[in-house]
Design a protein around this ligand. Structure first.
Ligand code: PLP
Length: 401
């Protein structure tokens, strides 16, 4: 292992060696197609079935309710487009203003075909308010989609409450749990969600494999057509190796979740406390307690425009963290749309630094990181502004299109 410090687990996670071990036979000798009826095919089918059970167990679902996809993005697309198509109408999708692009861009696509889209606002901590959802809900809504945890600020949404309200109107509820999966307890029956997206590479599994939980009875139309695999909802020869890795990763995450969440939350609190103690200009984004265990996002007041330089200096000193999400344009100095939606002004929304910890991070790495951060921040031009507030715009001025 290199001595680099990797604190960008919200972007992706390293493959757990135990997952690699589970995948190895399917990269070599076990190459059968799960649809084949001979022995090679049966071996592959059994492996896919086992992985389906492992993923289902992570979220309290049954095997029959899990469809494997090629990514979390595809699971999100299938949930929303599939629900609208199955409704036979142009439909109405209600979502939040801070969803991942996998949801927001899918909504744009649906809007171009006549679907009505409503974006629910969030408060300054990134929470969707149940009363906001209540005002929008009507039985004519096709599906409500609110992420379980945000990728940029780490805020965990009150999914159980939102799903219960949605259910009262007989409307489908989807949650994008790509960031939350394997990190916080998720039980589809307790949460009462109908659809839930997961992605293997966020929980120390391989890239390019995701899953959609579809509650028995929920109606979806496919978005990929072909040989009818995955109950006709996702045609294509299964990515057996990836699926096996996903299953192994899901099982490990489930078994280690409680202990690991406590450990990561402890490291996060330590980093936060040290940064706030050492840098008076530092401030935190997101919810103080309702947040992913290993996720911290912060800014340095008056130095927001220096984020690019800061991340570069950290990278050169051996530490990988990010500015907002891996898929955002933050490196080009664009303000984070998530922070804008939370009511921050453009200046503060440019300054977000995301630190996201994972399974193999240690206290020693955290201490090394704090040293490296100290030198990198000291090398920046001094904080120019001594504003007392971290640049909250008037939330009423923020448009939620
Ligand atoms: N949804 C959220 C909340 C994410 O953070 C991500 C990835 O960053 C995705 C969806 C997309 O998942 P994938 O990379 O598997 O397509």
């Amino acid at each position: 292992m290199s001595s680099r410090i990797y604190f960008d687990h919200s972007a992706t996670t390293p493959l757990d060696p135990r997952v690699l071990e589970a995948m190895a036979p399917f990269l070599g000798g076990a190459y059968g197609n799960p649809s084949s009826l001979h022995q090679e095919g049966r071996v592959a089918r059994a492996a896919v079935d086992r992985a389906r059970a492992q993923v289902a167990t992570l979220i309290g679902a049954t095997q029959a309710e899990i469809i494997f996809t090629a990514s979390g993005t595809e699971a999100d697309n299938l949930a929303l487009i599939g629900a609208v198509r199955a409704s036979g109408k142009s439909g109405h999708v209600v979502t939040s203003a801070i969803e991942h692009a996998a949801i927001l861009e899918t909504c744009k696509f649906l809007a171009s075909g006549g679907t009505k889209i409503t974006h629910l606002p969030v408060d300054t901590e990134g929470l969707v308010r149940p009363d906001g959802l209540l005002r929008t809900l009507q039985s004519t809504v096709t599906v409500v989609s609110v992420m379980a945890a945000n990728n940029v600020v780490g805020t965990i949404q009150p999914i159980e409450e939102l799903a219960q309200l949605t259910k009262l109107h007989g409307v489908l509820f989807h949650t994008d749990a790509v960031q939350a999966g394997g990190k916080i307890p998720l039980d589809v029956n307790r949460l009462q969600v109908d659809l839930l997206s997961l992605s293997a590479h966020k929980l120390h599994g391989p890239k390019g494999v995701g899953a959609l939980y579809i509650r028995k009875g929920a109606q979806l139309s496919p978005i990929v057509f072909g040989g009818g695999q995955e109950r006709g909802l996702r045609s294509a020869t299964e990515n057996v190796t990836g699926i096996v890795g996903f299953g192994a990763a899901a099982e490990l995450a489930r078994k280690e979740l409680t202990e690991e969440a406590a450990r990561l939350a402890g490291l996060r609190e330590y980093i936060a406390a040290e940064i706030l103690r050492n840098f008076p200009q530092a401030y935190l984004f997101g919810h103080p307690t309702e947040r992913l265990p290993g996720h911290l996002s912060l800014g340095f007041r008056g130095q927001e425009r220096e984020v690019g330089k800061l991340l570069e200096a950290l990278d050169q000193a051996g530490a990988a963290v990010s500015a907002g999400s891996a898929c955002s344009a933050n490196h080009s100095g664009e303000p984070s749309s998530v922070l804008l939606a939370m009511g921050y002004d453009a200046e503060s929304a440019r300054g977000l630094i995301r630190i996201s910890l994972g399974r193999f991070n240690t206290q020693h790495e955290v201490d090394r990181f704090l040293d490296v951060l100290s030198s990198a921040v000291s090398a920046l031009p001094a904080a120019a502004v001594s504003a007392s507030l971290p640049g909250l715009a008037n939330p009423a001025e923020v448009a939620f299109a």
